[in-house]
Design a protein around this ligand. Structure first.
Ligand SMILES: Cc1cc2nc3c(=O)[nH]c(=O)nc-3n(C[C@H](O)[C@H](O)[C@H](O)COP(=O)(O)OP(=O)(O)OC[C@H]3O[C@@H](n4cnc5c(N)ncnc54)[C@H](O)[C@@H]3O)c2cc1C
Length: 297
């Protein structure tokens, strides 16, 4: 793996450095490909050597176990981050920050990405899970997705992406890589867009524990009512397992209060699921993705 051109390769890399929960064991390799050719080559080389790969953006929706991962994370947020505007459209490489993108769109008087201006992930990660907020989702503005399948790069239309509530076709195909996304935006007054983004930021700051490590909402909202309400009514706000705690500010957030392990967070997730099931008969499904859990998931 050492001689791969156009790749930065880290070995035995603690994943606590690359996840917003600040937990996770060591990865055998953590690789930043510098361009598409390097990405294709590294994926091929890993496959030939039987090394499992996992694409990662900003690690803001991942609960990675404390176990070491005997594989390679392929990180896109360092070199795949270019964005380019063309009329009312913007194309963004998968590693671009969606917060940065929404601000650049705002500066150009282009509306559509306001909902994403507080989502701390990449364009690729947001597309993978059809990220959303304030009743808007990424799918509402996607024109096309540029995808690496095997060694071919193809454009997929939104209707081919099977976007649903926090899901997409990419969840079924972990070997596909989202390379870039083209978005349709609409002209609007830049100061009005800014005002909306500012008011949403204030709302987030007032209602979410943004000063503590987390991965945002842990559970998807059931149809009947939001997940936080079930957790609240089950008396679990503030519930703690070692360093992991149900946020006092927002009951659908678990925060890393004090050097939590990934296991502490998972134990708390399971405790919530069991309690809510027992009291209300409702199965809460995780929005956060658990990765490298050999023993229990
Ligand atoms: C404080 C906070 C607030 C949040 N608020 C919201 C919110 O309002 N709405 C919301 O939807 N989410 C929210 N999130 C969750 C998270 O930010 C989003 O899910 C985000 O889209 C994840 O992007 P990422 O780059 O961090 O993905 P990662 O966590 O790095 O990866 C998530 C998944 O996407 C896959 N993936 C990433 N990039 C690619 C790619 N290029 N090709 C193929 N697969 C890829 C990964 O393999 C992994 O399976 C929040 C998180 C935090 C910490």
């Amino acid at each position: 793996m050492k001689n791969l051109e156009d790749c930065e390769i880290l070995e035995n890399e603690p994943m606590s450095k690359h996840t917003t929960y600040k937990v996770g064991g060591k990865a055998r390799y953590y690789i930043y490909p510098k361009n598409e050719m390097a990405l294709i080559k590294v994926l091929k080389k890993c496959k030939e050597n039987g090394i499992e790969t996992k694409i990662i953006g900003k690690g803001s929706n991942l609960l990675i176990s404390d176990d070491d991962f005997d594989g390679a994370f392929i990180a896109l947020d360092r070199y795949f981050s270019e964005i380019s505007f063309d009329g009312n459209q913007v194309s963004a490489y998968a590693g671009a920050s969606i917060i940065f993108l929404s601000h650049e769109a705002m500066k150009r008087g282009l509306s559509g990405l306001e909902f994403a201006s507080g989502i701390p992930g990449t364009v690729g990660g947001a597309c993978f899970m059809n990220a959303g907020a304030y009743k808007k989702e990424l799918k509402d503005i996607v024109d096309a997705v540029w995808v690496l399948k095997e060694e071919d790069c193809i454009w997929m239309k939104p209707e081919e992406c099977e976007f649903g509530y926090r899901s997409s076709i990419f969840k079924k195909h972990p070997d596909w890589v989202i390379l870039a996304v083209r978005f349709n935006l609409e002209p609007a007054d830049a100061s009005e867009i800014k005002d909306l983004m500012d008011s949403r930021r204030e709302r987030r700051m007032a209602s979410q524990p943004l000063d503590k490590p987390s991965a945002g909402s842990v559970f998807k909202n059931p149809e009947e009512k939001p997940a936080w309400q079930y957790i609240e009514e089950a008396g679990l706000r503030g519930k703690r397992i070692h360093g992991a705690m149900v946020s006092e500010k927002h009951a659908n957030f678990i925060v890393n209060e004090d050097q939590a392990s990934a296991q502490d967070i998972l134990d708390l997730i399971e405790l919530i699921q069991n309690q809510v099931k027992k009291e209300f008969g409702v199965s809460l499904k995780t929005e956060v993705e658990c990765f490298n859990w050999k023993k229990r998931i």
